[in-house]
Design a protein around this ligand. Structure first.
Ligand code: PGA
Length: 255
């Protein structure tokens, strides 16, 4: 069966020392909470990965990068490869976040290559999809999310798709304090699962964890996670406070 997952996305926050402190706090809070049934991941900036991996207990908290390069290695100044990410002990990489898509021009074609690089290096992928406000208002949100899945992921055979966690993040809810209602989240998650079943089969769809992201916090997590197709969360702002993040993890464990 699919995993319950709570993943933090720190984005470009916390210097190295602050990041180490936060990782220590998260690790000890999660350990104390004893929420073993929830896979907890923290997505830190690249430069934190190595240090944070030394601090956390890998049976309690796993570590993710927030991006990786398209190319495997070579003269690409400033880029970080999937192999480098893996060499820090990190097990996951977040790909296709809407901020990467909109501010750094990451297209479906780019993401297909990044997914390949991640898989070649045995990284598990948290792949983000989601519509912007105008797309939702014009009723195109299902179509948009379907095409992001088809163009970014559905070239994968089922055995590789098994290494993908999908994160549905409506762009209008990210960092805005405007969360999707649990009904809106469930409707889209069920649609995503149906789309995966249509491409692969029901078993593959049932084994895929689908996370909700977008202003998910310590107050609303419980309600969101009560939905049958919401398998967890990708948490931005609220993952920067260990207390809030662990409340969200406890909420996930409850259902
Ligand atoms: P937020 O970010 O929780 O701050 O809205 C979520 C995300 O972008 O992953």
């Amino acid at each position: 069966m699919r995993k319950k997952v709570v993943a933090g996305n720190w984005k470009m926050n916390k210097n190295l020392q602050e990041g180490i402190e936060l990782a220590k706090e998260v690790n000890s809070k999660v350990k104390a909470a004893g929420t073993k049934e929830v896979t907890v991941i923290i997505g830190t900036p690249f430069i934190h990965l190595s240090e944070v991996n030394k601090i956390v207990d890998p049976t309690v908290v796993a570590v993710a990068a927030q991006n990786c390069a398209i190319e495997a290695s070579g003269a690409y100044t400033g880029e970080i490869s999937a192999a480098m990410v893996a060499s820090t002990g990190s097990k996951y990489v977040i790909l296709g976040h809407s901020e990467r898509r909109s501010y750094y021009g990451e297209t479906d074609e780019i993401l297909v290559k990044k997914v390949q690089r991640a898989l070649e290096n045995n990284l598990e992928i948290i792949f983000c999809v989601g519509e912007v406000l105008a797309e939702r208002e014009s009723g195109k949100h299902f179509e948009v999310v379907k095409s992001q899945l088809e163009n970014g992921l559905f070239n994968l055979p089922a055995d590789q798709f098994a290494h993908v966690i999908v994160a549905y993040e409506p762009v209008w809810a990210i960092g805005t304090g405007k969360t999707a209602t649990s009904a809106q989240a469930e409707e889209m998650h069920a649609f995503i699962r149906k789309t995966i079943a249509g491409k692969y089969n029901q078993q593959v769809a049932d084994n895929t964890s689908i996370l909700y992201g977008g202003s998910c916090n310590a107050k609303n997590a419980d309600e969101l996670f009560s939905q049958p197709d919401v398998d967890g969360g990708l948490i931005g702002g609220a993952s920067l406070k260990a207390e809030d993040f662990s409340t969200i993890i406890v909420a996930r464990a409850k259902h």
